[in-house]
Design a binder for this molecule. Structure first.
Ligand SMILES: Cc1cc2nc3c(=O)[nH]c(=O)nc-3n(C[C@H](O)[C@H](O)[C@H](O)COP(=O)(O)OP(=O)(O)OC[C@H]3O[C@@H](n4cnc5c(N)ncnc54)[C@H](O)[C@@H]3O)c2cc1C
Length: 380
């Protein structure tokens, strides 16, 4: 059985790298990359039929980290379609034939999934969503509303839509070909241009009970929400780690080859200090990402634990800092839009927003911190 590392090296070197410039200049994601990933055996690593699919999450995290060094758009496919969409549906597949068949399509690389949460008005507060389900009776429901900034919405076959149903947050799987769906591509993005970000309008879209994620039958959508976005945040942290490694390596190579005032730039202590600082922060993010992965492995996702969130927020910080340092090390060349240092910086900025904006996520981190502080005070 080929090891993940060797499959990844072949996949990236022979298939991903040649698409990077094309994706960044604004064309769509190429589905051939999905088929190749399947034929090389990557998907068997992501969906290995283990209990709760934990092994697959680690393989996805490694894949996302490695691919992020080269191409943010291909990384987005693994992050959104395989990790957030695929690993969520995998957990619910036994609950309906519909969810089982959607999962099989994702697992076999026949379909792409996208996660639709954000709305123009009320992006961070689900209680102010306008997207909602209404009950028509006899197991039929109607979906109305709109979503925006949705990665891969322009090419996805299925959307995992967060919406309100009887005042509760729920998740429903909707095929993109359903009647009443309008998709409008968003252009002029600073980065991630090949990820087909789009706005989606749902106008009287018919949905069946079997398309609802089952957890809502128990009491509310929050456990599902926590799992989807905890997975998303850990994978975003892995992506930030990969991008940071690429920036530090590119920065070092440039400083080691460029001479100024009679010596290599890398011989100046100021650059050594900067690289040491970036390297140290990178190690810290890797450590908390690994803690967060263990947390997901143990299947303990609750509202209070913020490790996945901390990993995403610190990952965003170091990715942005290291990408800016890399641009600086490249001087005027770093300012060229179509070159790698600039592309990596544009991609890094998105970490501030994806899987929840960092400022809003601090609320969750504060909740855990405040809980611990109050508990300590009580026990003293
Ligand atoms: C490249 C990219 C890909 C994306 N992909 C997806 C996707 O696949 N699916 C999806 O659902 N969404 C996606 N998004 C949307 C992303 O989740 C949102 O951009 C993010 O949640 C922030 O929402 P907003 O842009 O509406 O900012 P706003 O809510 O308008 O906030 C503006 C600023 O204010 C801050 N802010 C907002 N509320 C508060 C508060 N209460 N306290 C303090 N500060 C606050 C925010 O942090 C932000 O910095 C994507 C975005 C980008 C850029």
């Amino acid at each position: 059985v080929p090891k993940l590392d060797s499959i990844l090296q072949e996949y990236i070197k022979n298939h991903v790298v040649k698409h990077v410039k094309k994706f960044d200049s604004g064309t769509h994601f190429d589905r051939a990359l999905v088929k190749t990933a399947v034929s090389l055996g990557l998907f068997e690593k992501f969906f290995p039929n283990s209990p709760n699919g934990q092994d697959g999450l680690r393989a996805l995290s490694t894949t996302i980290e490695e691919v992020s060094k080269y191409c943010g758009n291909t990384r987005n496919f693994f992050l959104v379609s395989c990790a957030m969409f695929g690993k969520t549906i995998e957990r619910c597949r036994s609950k309906s034939n519909y969810l089982d068949s959607v999962f099989n399509e994702i697992k076999n690389g026949e379909a792409i999934g996208s996660v639709a949460y954000t709305e123009l008005e009320g992006s961070s507060n689900p209680k102010s969503f306008n997207t909602h389900l209404s009950n028509l009776g006899e197991g039929s429901l109607i979906l109305n509303g709109n979503k925006t900034w949705i990665t891969f919405a322009g090419i996805a076959d299925y959307f995992l839509v967060a919406c309100l149903y009887d005042g509760e947050l729920v998740f429903v799987v909707v095929p993109s070909s359903a009647e009443g769906i309008k998709i409008t591509l968003l252009d002029s993005l600073a980065g991630n241009r090949g990820s087909a970000l789009a706005e989606i309008t749902f106008n009287q879209v018919t949905v069946k009970n079997s398309q609802l994620l089952p957890i809502i039958c128990i009491e509310s959508g929050w456990p599902t929400f926590e799992r989807i976005f905890s997975v998303g945040r850990v994978c975003a942290a892995s992506s930030a780690i990969g991008l940071t490694k690429a920036c530090i390596e590119m920065c070092f190579d440039r400083l080691n080859s460029r001479h100024s005032l009679g010596k290599k730039l890398i011989e100046n202590q100021i650059w050594q200090q900067e690289l040491a600082k970036n390297g140290s922060q990178l190690r810290a993010v890797e450590a908390i990402r690994n803690v967060a992965l263990n947390y997901l492995d143990e299947d303990r996702f609750d509202f209070i634990n913020s490790d996945c969130t901390v990993a995403k927020n610190l990952g965003a910080e170091i990715a942005i800092l290291s990408s800016q340092l890399n641009v600086k090390a490249h001087g005027a060349y770093g300012y060229l839009e179509n070159e790698d240092p600039n592309r990596l910086m544009r991609e890094a900025l998105s970490f501030e927003f994806i899987e929840g904006s960092s400022l809003v996520l601090n609320k969750k981190i504060f909740t855990q911190l405040a809980g611990k502080l109050l508990l300590n005070r009580k026990s003293r």
